[in-house]
Structures are given as structure tokens and as C-alpha cells.
Design a protein around this ligand. Structure first.
Ligand SMILES: NC(=O)c1ccc[n+]([C@@H]2O[C@H](COP(=O)([O-])OP(=O)(O)OC[C@H]3O[C@@H](n4cnc5c(N)ncnc54)[C@H](OP(=O)(O)O)[C@@H]3O)[C@@H](O)[C@H]2O)c1
Length: 315
């Protein structure tokens, strides 16, 4: 399978931008869709069925016959907002992906859907399973966001069959992204501001454990799996399983900040103390063994941070 004709749906996000870079480097002809009217992107709002269908018709006119790869990276990702705007979350994160899957299936286009660790976590609150979770563990979301992402996975599997489309579960995606809001950029901006005398304190939940994922590695893994024609559910995450407190300590150490001064700029507390609208998975994370067996390079944090450090020095 070559990814000669590809479409990135929801092309403005962090994952989508890494994917676009990888597809461009691989020589794919890439069409972008956007819900926010960016130049050059075809309009597609996942919350509106007609907008999805119109956009797919336009994609069909732009591409010649032959394989078309749809990468569905658009979503409503603000987990607390999803809890409050439940209808919108369901429309964007569950109904929209189902319609995308239907439109793909009837044209015989291939689909990759990006899902999340947040399909897990509820069992732990009842004294049950903790992570890292594998592809075959039974999902149990803690939040409406997670419920809707799981509904989308199920709809995709119903339409394409269990292995017909690729469902990639990931978590805590980070990259060098100067204006971005991923955890690494937030920590780095905060650490720099503290070093310059800033007095803000960053609250970090110490009881959340996960497997942070480098966006370019996710994009590489995604394209490799599709180039080989893989379908089904695959976790694509980093190699390290660690708590957010350990993560802060790793960032301080690897990026050369003073340990004592920097740690004073963080407050470590329990997730429950943050009183967030959406309940979070706690001892979670995703396994990487299946992806590794399929030939994906699983990146350690040290490898990813080494790349980020180079990009940061070059700024
Ligand atoms: N980041 C993570 O840590 C993480 C973890 C687990 C799973 N994921 C999953 O990975 C995928 C990408 O996440 P991300 O981190 O790249 O998210 P992101 O940076 O928040 O980007 C999401 C993008 O979705 C698009 N979008 C928003 N509302 C839309 C709508 N109504 N219709 C169509 N597109 C819409 C927007 O792009 P346009 O403005 O171009 O439309 C937005 O930039 C999502 O499916 C997410 O659930 C992410």
C-alpha cells in the first residue's frame, strides 16, 4: 500500500500537523480539511453531517481513481468542555466519525481513526483493572469524552469490520510546538518563567500515570502501519510509563533546569483535589508491544527529548 492520495481531517491539530509533515516527506498528495476555515483546507465540520458529505464529494472530485487514505485526526479534545457540552461532544467525537466511516466505506476509501487512552480508567475507581492497557483489555471510560471516542471506535468497527479500518489509541502527545499547549511546552514555558523570577505555581496531579507519546513518532508509526495495510486497534505510544510528577522531574533534569528552584514552582496534588469537570484515568497508560511487533519504532522519552532539545536550541 502506498499513501499516494491522503486526506487529513481536522488538519490544524497537533497530531494532524505531525502527520502532514510525514505525508509530505513521503511524497503523498495530501488534501486537508478544517473546521476553522484555514486557507487551502476544504471545510469540514464533524458536527454537521451535510458538511462531511459535501466535503467527501469534493475530495472525490479532486482525486483520481485509486486508493485514498483518510486520516481522521479532528476531534473536540477539551475533556472538561466535553463534559459540559455533551451534545456537541457527541456530535463531533461520535456521530461525525461514524458518518466519516460511512462515507469512506461506500467509496472503498481506507480509514485511520485516532482514539485515546481515555477509553479506559473507570475500573480502577471501583477497585478493578489498572494500566498499562493493551488492545484487548475491555474499555471502561471515565468521562463523556472517553465514552464518545469509544462510540466512534465501535461505529468504525461495525462499518469496516474488526480489522478493516486502523484505530490508533494514543495518549499525552507532545512535540516541540512553541505556541502549543501540550504538556511539555507548558512545563518548559513555566520553567523558563520561574528561572526568570516568575512566581506562578503549576498544579500537577501526582496520581496520574501514563505513557507520553512523541507526535512525530506517532505520525511515523501511523504511516508505517498504513503503508503495510494494517487494520484493527493498535496502541501507538512512547516506551516510558511514568507519573506526571516523575515526568516533571525528567523535564527539569533533561532540559537542564535547577532542580530545587524548579520543583518549588510545582504543586503536586491528587487528581480529586483539582475538582475538574471530567473524571480522569489514574494508573493508566497504554502498552506498546503490539505496535513493536508490527515493526513500529517505539520511542523512549530520552530519544524524543533529545530531538526536542535540538529544535529548541535552533529556535
Ligand atoms: N493530544 C493528545 O494527547 C491525544 C491523546 C489521545 C488521543 N488523542 C486523539 O488524537 C486526535 C488528535 O488530537 P490532537 O491532540 O491533535 O488535538 P488538537 O490539537 O486539539 O486538534 C484537534 C483538531 O480537531 C479539529 N476539530 C475541532 N473541532 C472540529 C470539528 N467540529 N470538526 C472537524 N474538526 C474539528 C481542529 O482542527 P481544524 O481547525 O483544522 O478543524 C483541531 O485543531 C484526536 O482524535 C484526539 O482524540 C490526542
Amino acid at each position: 500500500v502506498s499513501l499516494s492520495q491522503a486526506v487529513v481531517v481536522g488538519s490544524g491539530g497537533q497530531v494532524a500537523r505531525a502527520l502532514r509533515k510525514r505525508l509530505d516527506a513521503g511524497g503523498s498528495q495530501v488534501l486537508l480539511t478544517s473546521s476553522s476555515g484555514r486557507d487551502g483546507a476544504l471545510p469540514l465540520n464533524l458536527a454537521e453531517a451535510a458538511s462531511i458529505r459535501d466535503c467527501f464529494n469534493r475530495i472525490g472530485e479532486r482525486f483520481r481513481a485509486g486508493p485514498v487514505e483518510i486520516f481522521l485526526a479532528g476531534a473536540m479534545t477539551h475533556v472538561d468542555r466535553c463534559e459540559q457540552e455533551r451534545d456537541l461532544c457527541r456530535a463531533v467525537n461520535a456521530d461525525g466519525p461514524r458518518i466519516v466511516a460511512e462515507e469512506c466505506a461506500r467509496r472503498d476509501w481506507k480509514l485511520t481513526y485516532f482514539s485515546t487512552e481515555y477509553v479506559f480508567g473507570e475500573a480502577e475507581y471501583a477497585g478493578g483493572a489498572i494500566g498499562p492497557f493493551s488492545e484487548t483489555d475491555p474499555p471502561a471510560p471515565t468521562s463523556w469524552y472517553g465514552e464518545c471516542k469509544l462510540l466512534a471506535e465501535q461505529a468504525v468497527q461495525k462499518i469496516f469490520g474488526a480489522d478493516g479500518a486502523l484505530i490508533l489509541r494514543t495518549t499525552m502527545v507532545f512535540s516541540w510546538d512553541p505556541e502549543g499547549m501540550n504538556f511539555l511546552m507548558q512545563y518548559l514555558r513555566h520553567l523558563e518563567s520561574r528561572r526568570q523570577g516568575g512566581m506562578n505555581v503549576f498544579s500537577v496531579p501526582e496520581d496520574q500515570v501514563s505513557t507520553p507519546t512523541y507526535a512525530p513518532a506517532l505520525a511515523d508509526g501511523c504511516c508505517l502501519l498504513r503503508e503495510q495495510g494494517h487494520g484493527g486497534i493498535v496502541n501507538l505510544v512512547g516506551r516510558d510509563l511514568l507519573s506526571r510528577k516523575e515526568l516533571v522531574e525528567r523535564v527539569i533534569q533533561e532540559f537542564g533546569f535547577d532542580r530545587e528552584q524548579s520543583l518549588a514552582g510545582f504543586r503536586f496534588l491528587k487528581t480529586a483535589e483539582l475538582a475538574q469537570k471530567a473524571k480522569r484515568p489514574l494508573t493508566a497508560g497504554l502498552t506498546h508491544q503490539k505496535s513493536e511487533k508490527l515493526g513500529v519504532k517505539v520511542w523512549s522519552l530520552a530519544e524524543a527529548f533529545a530531538e526536542v532539545k535540538k529544535l529548541r536550541q535552533a529556535r
